[in-house]
Design a protein around this ligand. Sequence first.
Ligand SMILES: Nc1ncnc2c1ncn2[C@@H]1O[C@H](COP(=O)(O)OP(=O)(O)O)[C@@H](O)[C@H]1O
Ligand SMILES: [Mg+2]
Length: 261
Amino acid sequence: MIKVENLVKRYGNVTASNHLNCHFKKGKITVILGGSGSGKSTLLRQITGLEKPDSGAVYFEGMDLTSLGKKKLYKLRKKMGMLFQGSALFNYLNIFENIAFPLREHTKIADNIIKTIVTMKLEMVGLRGTEDLMPSQLSGGMMKRVGLARAIVMDPKIIFYDEPTSGLDPISTGVIGKLIKDFNQALNITSVVVSHDIESSFKIADNIIILFYGDIIAEGTVEEIRNSDDLRVKQFINGEPEGPIPFTRTDKNYLDEILFD
Ligand SMILES: Nc1ncnc2c1ncn2[C@@H]1O[C@H](COP(=O)(O)OP(=O)(O)O)[C@@H](O)[C@H]1O
Ligand SMILES: [Mg+2]
């Protein structure tokens, strides 16, 4: 569905994407895992066409979206649903209008049909009857679910989730994970999830990509990742405080010297 080729993105002297090669399989849930600052969001912005790479390509259904003009990209992006980090609801719009927003923005669908669609999507995330509430009246978990309803309102072929469970309690985390899995099956779509939460990712992922300061250090099924011999992967999935994963980029240069020279 999506193929990333030799993707490079630098911010000043930080290489956020360091010659990345990976792919996202149709109908599957792929989780991009990595610590804070490892380049997860940067990769997501590039594969959704929100940001252009310095070099490399991103093929979406065979088309390189990094070379598309604004108009074509805009059209392509209608096939993508997105749940941004922190839900990104409009706090001045009620729940109904938040979910209806992409329909009003991208289509000429009549009001009564919009009402039916929004009601249906709210039902799917278990929030029927909350249409008139404002975002500030919802819990964090509910906000994510509204974001989820908005992400599927245009019937996308692929959904991208940036940290869908960050800041949620374990129960809400489970609910969101289950929704992501259910959506993937019921809507027959492809899902890409960015996360630093290992346990909840392992529960939903078909495939996992682990980023480490701009590099892909592992890619495979949950089983393959669990059995990885890579010290950095082991430390990351076991959440060990001591180990080769450094906490700053300066440490990483030092690490590169001792590990790879
Ligand atoms: N717009 C930007 N301008 C400057 N630096 C950025 C920008 N976006 C990301 N970065 C840097 O790129 C690196 C990767 O960031 P990001 O993709 O947000 O990581 P993650 O989502 O894994 O936490 C970080 O060092 C971050 O500071
Ligand atoms: Mg991020």
